[in-house]
Design a protein around this ligand. Structure first.
Ligand code: ADE
Ligand code: ZN
Length: 314
């Protein structure tokens, strides 16, 4: 099956850390190689995945590690049909481990700059790790101005419930005033109120996941009316038990109800593959080629690019 050219708008670069890279970085940095049994990639919920991901990230220490991880994602993404990548990074997780911010921003930034020079349309989005709290998020926003040419926007990720969007309203207002694009994870674990709050308190331009918006018909009507993009990640949603199985994934209802829904891979090394594997899983669950092409068209419409670039992507 041919790959479908698409914009991947919901991808955590740290989530591309596969067993081969894990072993390479661990050896290079003199850290014990983690247990790489495939059984490690089974989760009861979002938190179990985050715990595994955080313990894996202990192998990442140097600018070269960050560069190679991003380079690896970008090569895989190209092969999967990605023609535009807007990719999340989580500096707070690394700073907490004592890694200097320069290693993170320069390593990731240099790989994205190299891919751009090689013809791939791609940009970084700095995420705030919401369960580290608003003060840490504020400190991150304070720390990144020297790297302003490395990223185009801010996002909000990690454990959702108990960390409602409004906690971060002042930080998002400041990011907006600095010309940054705004997105946030909402409605993955949290209910429709979290999605509404991301729109009303943070003024996000896209919602990452947004699944549970579907529980509130008025909210769905608003999202469809305003053409707010939802970046859903089918394999992730099944792996983390946000949905019971692929056939029950709300992407089908979202398309039917006129929502600007897109498909991405979230954390490809942890959930069974890249955007191509997500398309394949949707096909197996009954998605038609027309539906998959509609999802890709939505991704181009939702991308943070200018009109000329959007026309080129289409
Ligand atoms: N960070 C990486 N993947 C995530 C997800 N699916 N939800 C929240 N935070 C994440
Ligand atoms: Zn995510």
């Amino acid at each position: 099956m041919d790959v479908i050219p698409t914009a991947e708008l919901h991808l955590h670069v740290e989530g591309a850390l596969d067993p081969e890279l894990l072993a390479r970085f661990a050896r290079r940095n003199g850290i014990a190689v983690p247990d790489l049994d495939p059984g490690r990639y089974v989760y009861a919920d979002l938190q179990q995945f985050l715990d595994l991901r955080d313990s894996d990230l202990a192998v990442m220490r140097t600018e070269q590690d960050f560069f190679e991880l991003a380079e690896h994602y970008l090569a895989q993404a190209r092969a999967a049909g990605v023609v535009r990548a807007e990719s999340f990074i989580d500096p707070m997780v690394h700073l907490q481990r004592g890694v200097p911010i320069e290693a993170v921003m320069d390593g990731f930034g240099a790989a994205f700059a190299a891919a751009r020079a090689d013809g791939l349309s791609c940009d970084l989005i700095v995420c705030f790790t919401r369960d580290l709290g608003a003060d840490a998020a504020q400190a991150t926003l304070d720390a990144v101005p020297p790297f302003r040419d490395r990223f185009i926007g801010v996002g909000l990720d990690s454990a959702e419930v108990g960390w409602p969007p409004a906690l971060f309203a002042d930080i998002y207002a400041r990011a907006a005033s600095e010309g940054l694009r705004l997105v946030a994870h909402a409605g993955e674990e949290g209910g429709p109120d979290y999605v509404r709050e991301a729109l009303d308190a943070l003024h996000v331009e896209r919602v990452d996941h947004g699944l549970r918006a579907m529980e509130d018909p008025d909210l769905v009507a608003r999202i469809a009316d305003e053409q707010v993009a939802l970046t859903v990640c089918p394999l992730s949603n099944v792996a983390l038990r946000a949905v019971p199985d692929m056939a029950a994934h709300p992407v089908f209802a979202m398309l039917e109800q006129g929502v600007r829904v897109t498909v991405s891979s979230d954390d490809p090394a942890y959930f069974g593959g890249g955007v191509d594997e997500n398309h394949a899983a949707l096909r197996r669950a009954g998605a038609t080629e027309e539906q998959l092409v509609a999802l890709a068209r939505n991704s181009f419409d939702a991308a943070f690019v200018d009109d000329a670039e959007r026309a080129r992507l289409h």
